[in-house]
Design a protein around this ligand. Structure first.
Ligand SMILES: C[S@@+](CC[C@H](N)C(=O)[O-])C[C@H]1O[C@@H](n2cnc3c(N)ncnc32)[C@H](O)[C@@H]1O
Length: 244
């Protein structure tokens, strides 16, 4: 079973610590992209968390379900108005089953990397494919591994340095595993949050998709459908299940 790191105070503080991800300039294009891709069908979020994306999708009249390993994150979601129309279950999105099939399964905000082995990530693709209608689509938002900025011998790479948040990535090239270390600073009070991950290239995801009988349809640099290039820091990838 994968680790559940979004518990207790980390779940309580998740929305406060993610304000940049709630910025309408970040969130609205994501919600619009996912709503367009669902095309009126039901959707399933793997790693639904506190409902950052699920709630605005549901407010657009879309039937939204979600799986999350953290009951504390789901408690935060179900305290919010409008959450009563969202069906959730506690479970591992590599293996858990939500009743029904969906026009769209999606994992945003790098959630697939929370699975720290290749076997679990492959299982996640297969589990997503099992939940798709014929012709249904899987969307993943994930960063591109930052290895060009990680020279040999460097113990950790800073990814954010601000008065309220310091973040450093450790990466092990042999295993593709790492840990994001976050230090949130509030006056004299420092809160630490460590998030283990497995980094994965777009091409490796495409192979996982093929193992799950999914085909790559689109790859963009961001939700605004800007072109994905060798300079892109993240990608939005869309795979589909065949119609038959
Ligand atoms: C970075 S948060 C993203 C939450 C939400 N999707 C968002 O965009 O704000 C990752 C979420 O995935 C959940 N998660 C991580 N690994 C999981 C797993 N193996 N199965 C189910 N949920 C998982 C965490 O509990 C957390 O709620």
């Amino acid at each position: 079973m994968p680790q559940n790191i979004f518990t207790g105070l980390d779940a309580e503080g998740y929305d406060r610590g993610s304000t940049e991800m709630y910025d309408p300039r970040v969130l609205d294009p994501a919600v619009s992209f996912l709503a367009d891709t669902a095309n009126g069908g039901a959707v399933l979020e793997f790693g639904i968390g506190t409902g950052r994306v699920a709630l605005p999708l549901s407010q657009r009249g879309i039937a939204v379900s979600g799986i999350d390993i953290s009951s504390d994150m789901l408690d935060q979601l179900h305290r919010k108005p409008g959450s009563e129309s969202i069906v959730t279950i506690v479970g591992d999105f590599a293996t858990a089953t939500m009743p029904g099939t969906f026009a769209l399964v999606y994992l945003v905000y790098n959630a697939i990397a929370n699975l720290t082995t290749q076997a679990e990530q492959v299982a996640c693709f297969r589990n997503a494919a099992r939940h798709l209608d014929p012709g249904g689509r899987l969307v993943i938002e994930l960063w591109v591994p930052d290895l060009r900025r990680f020279p040999p011998g460097l113990p950790a790479l800073p990814f954010t340095v601000s008065p309220s948040h310091l973040g450093f990535d450790e990466m092990d090239i042999a295993t593709q595993q790492g840990v994001s270390h976050h230090y949130f600073i509030d006056g004299d009070h420092v809160t630490r949050f460590d998030s283990p991950y497995r980094y994965v290239w777009p091409s490796e995801l495409d192979l996982m998709a093929r193992l799950a009988r999914l085909t790559l349809d689109e790859r963009w640099a961001d939700w605004d459908r800007s072109p994905f290039t060798s300079e892109s820091r993240k990608h939005i990838s869309v795979w589909s299940r065949s119609q038959s």
